[in-house]
Structures are given as structure tokens and as C-alpha cells.
Design a protein around this ligand. Sequence first.
Ligand SMILES: *[C@@H]1O[C@H](CO)[C@@H](O)[C@H](O)[C@H]1NC(C)=O
Ligand SMILES: *[C@@H]1O[C@H](CO)[C@@H](O)[C@H](O)[C@H]1NC(C)=O
Ligand SMILES: *[C@@H]1O[C@H](CO)[C@@H](O)[C@H](O)[C@H]1NC(C)=O
Ligand SMILES: *[C@@H]1O[C@H](CO)[C@@H](O)[C@H](O)[C@H]1NC(C)=O
Length: 432
Amino acid sequence: MKIYNIAVLITMMYFGAAESIWPFGPSPKENWIARLHKDMMTNYSRQALPIKNLDHNLTVHLGLSLNHIDIDDALQEMEINAWAVMSWTDDFINWDKSKYGNLDRLHFDPDEIWLPDISHYNSAKDSEVKPFGHIPVLAESSGQVYWFPPTLLRSKCDFNLRYWPSDKHTCVFRLGSWSHHGEQIDLQLVTNNGTTVMLENLIDNSRWALLNSTAKREVTDIEGHDTYVEITFTFTVQRQARTHATYITQSALAVVVIVLLSYALPLHRFFSRLVLHLVGISILTSCSFVLFSTLPYNGGPVPLVVRYYSGSLILATLSLLCTVFLSSRTCDGSTTTAMSSKLVGIVQATPGLRNVFVSTPTTSPYSQLDTELAEDSESLAGVSSVSPEAAEAQQNRNHKIHQIKKVINTLLFMMFFIAFIVDYMVLRSVAY
Ligand SMILES: *[C@@H]1O[C@H](CO)[C@@H](O)[C@H](O)[C@H]1NC(C)=O
Ligand SMILES: *[C@@H]1O[C@H](CO)[C@@H](O)[C@H](O)[C@H]1NC(C)=O
Ligand SMILES: *[C@@H]1O[C@H](CO)[C@@H](O)[C@H](O)[C@H]1NC(C)=O
Ligand SMILES: *[C@@H]1O[C@H](CO)[C@@H](O)[C@H](O)[C@H]1NC(C)=O
């Protein structure tokens, strides 16, 4: 017990006293750090460019390690959350390791030493060109200085919504020294295994996919003046809007099917045809409202999706008018007889079409309105059948009109089929 107590006491004494009795200067690293820091800061001016030979320029290497990318649709801005990667050589910060307890790295507060005044030239944030966080700077004994401040950069981009909801946007971030020209500070790209924009830390954004990221050094040489160096980072993103795309294409497909289906109904089922058209038109209208509320306000080219919906609305309305025209009893076809008889000939000569569209009238159950129509026409026929010849002529004429209407129906179907399908194909190619 006694021996144990003594051992503890001796240990405590030894370590407690170590600092003062260590024969080779300050022993724990803290003291070396304090001494080195003090020595480095004596006579150091953080205002002066850290180069001894002012005929040369200072090379600052710049890169970005991306963390997150986001897009503000309404403001047409891209925001990147990244770590800037910067390194340069400070001629006034270097030391002999052996004189400072083999200490080869030292941290400085960003207020203590010179930092390059890298700014974001095309920042979307008012008057905020100095975008870097206040974090320590790391210096090596050789004078190499590293600074990896976090940064939030926001740039304006020109959004083109033509291909919404699969639109791609490219935004540019121009970084460079705000007050030094190329003869003072030269910017170079950081290359880490061949890449300047590092994506190892990038968190996927479910709304935007990063397609391409590049960095380029650009030198503007103004004749008789100074050179200006800037690094241009370019990011291309594509909207990921599967939900929107599915909603848009599927409701569009529903409308196409509904409107085209109405042409397959027998001619006299005017009421059913009318209902199908109205359903189609109301789907289109409600989709257009949803589109309006989702689409960002934009003055650029009209999105193809909007073109598709307005085009379809026009087609469906035309189709509705044609249906009304075709099914109305006042249309006697007398004006179109000559041309229509030719059409009848053509359609009857094409077996496939005749089978599909010019089917014999069926005795399917009529809707209420259709029944009324049928009764009306029967009564009309009854009134006009004064003589058997006149009745036969009337019947022939009715039959002819019916055939002509069927041909027109077929032609309208084909016309709208082609128009809708072409329209829909364009939409699908846009939406996916
Ligand atoms: C700082 O400058 C003074 C005067 O120029 C000089 O005497 C002194 O040695 C310098 N100190 C260091 C640490 O360089
Ligand atoms: C910076 O200095 C290097 C070497 O002296 C030179 O090659 C380079 O062109 C300079 N950069 C600028 C922008 O003047
Ligand atoms: C550098 O890139 C090559 C191919 O581009 C890859 O095989 C290698 O693993 C990378 N090295 C590091 C350290 O990332
Ligand atoms: C990325 O953009 C650069 C410059 O615009 C281009 O040269 C390169 O082909 C693009 N890469 C891809 C994968 O799109």
C-alpha cells in the first residue's frame, strides 16, 4: 500500500514538473505551437502579398468539392454547397522543423494571415462576392498553405423550359481575385487525380441529376492593360420529374383514347359521342390548370408540354364540332354528293376499312336521346312516304347520306388518329 502511494506520488511529481525541468526547451507540443505561432506572427503583415520577389506572381490553386446542388425554379438560380479547395505558397510563413520540436504543420486563424481575395463574380446574392466561411488555415513548414472553406454559391442562370419536365440547365460560376490582376495572383486549377470538381462528397438530389461538371481557367488579356485570370465552373443538371412525366403522358393518353373511341361508336349515338368528347376536353382543361400551377413563370420558349395540351385541346374541340356537324339531322349532304360518292367508292373498295367502320347498323340498345332521334327519323320517313316510289327514293337518299356520313366519320377518325398519335409521340419523347 505504501509502495503504491509512493509510486503514484513520484509519477505525479515527475510529470507535473516535467514542463519546467525539461532540458531542451518547451516540451509539450502546445508550447512549441505557441512559440512557432508567435514567431510567425512577428513582423507578419496580412495585407502584403506573401511573395518576396515582387517581379513574380503568386500562384493560387483553386478547386471545388461539391456537397449539394439545388435549383430555384422561380428565381432561375442555381445554388451549390461546396468546399473550396485553395492552396498557395506563403514566402513569409516557413520554419525549420528541427528548431520547433519537429512541428511541421500549424493552423492559423483566417484573420491572421494573408488570404487570396477570391470572389464570386456572377453571384446572385446582392453585394456578396466574398463567399467563404471563417475556418482555420493550415500551413506547412515549407510555406505551403491550404485553405478549405465551406461555401454557398448562388448564380443566375437563363432557364429554358422548352423540354419541361426533362429540362436541362447549365449554370456558370465565375471565381477570381477581386482586386489583384494576373501579374499579382495567377489562378490555376487544382487537379486531384485529373478532376478539378470533386464529387466524392456530393449528396444526390432527387429532383436534379448532375449531368456534367467542368472547370476551366480563362485568361483575359487586355491590350496595354493587365491580364485577368478567372476559373469558370460549369454545371449541367437535368430535372428528375418522373411523377410529373407519368401524370402528363398518361392523362394525355386517356384523352387520345376517349376521343378516338367516340368514332368507333355507331353514327346515331350522338349523345354518347358528345359525352366522350366533353370528358376528353374536361380532362385536358383540368390538366392544363395543373400544368399552369406547376410550371415556373418564364418568358422563354413555350414548353412543348404546353404546346401539346393546347394542340390537343384544339384537336378535341375540332373533333367535337365535326361530331356535332356529322350527327346533326340538318346535314343532308346534298352539297357534297359528287365528291362523297367517290369517297364511298374508295372506302368500299378497301375491305379492311369497310369491315371496321362501315359496319351494318346494329340494333344495340339506344340511349334515351338516340331513341328519340331514331323515332324522329322514322316518323319523318312515315310522313314523306306518300307514294312507294317517292318512299324508295327517299330511302335511297337516306342510305346514301348515311354512307357518306360513315365515310366522313372514317376519314375524321383517321385524321384525328394520326394527329393525336403524332402529338402524343412528341410528348412522350419530351417527357422521358
Ligand atoms: C522583426 O523585424 C525586426 C526589425 O526589422 C527584426 O529586428 C526582428 O528580428 C524581426 N523578427 C523576426 C522574428 O523576424
Ligand atoms: C505568372 O508567372 C508565371 C511564371 O513567371 C508566368 O508563366 C505566368 O504567365 C504568370 N501569370 C500571369 C497571369 O501573368
Ligand atoms: C484515379 O483515377 C483512376 C482512373 O481514373 C482510378 O483508377 C484511381 O483509383 C483513382 N485514384 C484515386 C486515389 O482516386
Ligand atoms: C461536359 O461539358 C464539356 C464542356 O461543355 C463537354 O466538352 C463534355 O463533353 C461534357 N461531358 C459530358 C459527359 O456531357
